[in-house]
Design a protein around this ligand. Structure first.
Ligand code: ZN
Length: 242
């Protein structure tokens, strides 16, 4: 029996992560896969990293995991993201940074694949916003199903007969002969105008994929951001889901 929970873009939001892990247990999942961006933006990078690590789950690296564990100065970053990145680096110890640095960019988790951004050029962190962006991913997708994150917007791309179609997130049963590139949304910083934490369940016995939304203690998460001295806009956006 396999019932996978697929989580992504936790972004140092411990309150959201705890609520999602509680829901995962309540939904009787027996395996967890994590699509990266464990840290960045919010106020609990160490707690989230240690919690994810303690799960011993299959995990891939996100662009924020890479930036937070690097010593290099980031190019092209807005002031809010830069400020949050420097703060995150100051919180993590060397051993935690090494753990982040060693994460793989993509992984096979039979019967599916996981990646943070795209399978074709995972290190370039492309944003898949529409069906045209998704096309090149499908050329590199060898399993019928691949889960990804990065945009923080849950969504489904389906490839059939040489054509990609984009669908909004909703529960469904994968069909033979089609390929699915599924964005599970974000646990810690959703951007689809819904503040609730997002993740997916893949039940291979029932051949079903479910999109979950979970309420969490957002007031505490926001208060921690302000107390840490992080840009207040990071607390505001959580409330709006943007
Ligand atoms: Zn992210």
């Amino acid at each position: 029996m396999s019932r996978f929970a697929i989580i992504s873009d936790i972004h140092a939001n411990l309150e959201a992560l705890d609520a999602v892990l509680f829901d995962i247990q309540a939904m009787n999942c027996n395996s967890i896969a994590c699509l990266g961006d464990v840290v960045g933006y919010n106020a609990s990078p160490v707690e989230c990293l240690e919690k994810i690590r303690s799960l011993g789950c299959q995990i891939v690296k996100g662009n924020h995991d890479e930036a937070a564990s690097s010593e290099e100065n980031p190019e092209k970053m807005n002031p809010v993201a830069y400020n949050a990145l420097m703060w995150t680096r100051s919180q993590l110890n060397e051993e935690q940074k090494i753990w982040l640095r060693k994460l793989l960019l993509r992984r096979n988790v039979p019967p599916f694949t996981i990646v943070h951004a795209t399978l074709d050029q995972p290190a370039l962190w492309h944003y898949i916003v529409n069906q045209y962006d998704a096309d090149s991913n499908f050329n590199s997708q060898l399993t019928p199903i691949c889960f990804h994150g990065h945009t923080h917007i849950p969504k489904v791309f389906i490839y059939e007969g040489g054509k990609t179609t984009e669908y909004s997130a909703g529960d469904f049963s994968p069909e033979q002969g089609k390929k699915y590139f599924i964005n599970v949304g974000s646990v810690g910083q959703p951007r689809d105008n819904d503040w609730r934490a997002s993740y997916c369940i893949y039940d291979t016995d029932f051949n079903a994929i479910y999109f979950r939304r979970v309420e969490y203690d957002i007031a505490t998460a926001q208060q921690k951001i302000l107390e840490a001295g992080l840009p207040p806009i990071l607390a505001e956006r959580l409330g709006k889901g943007i």
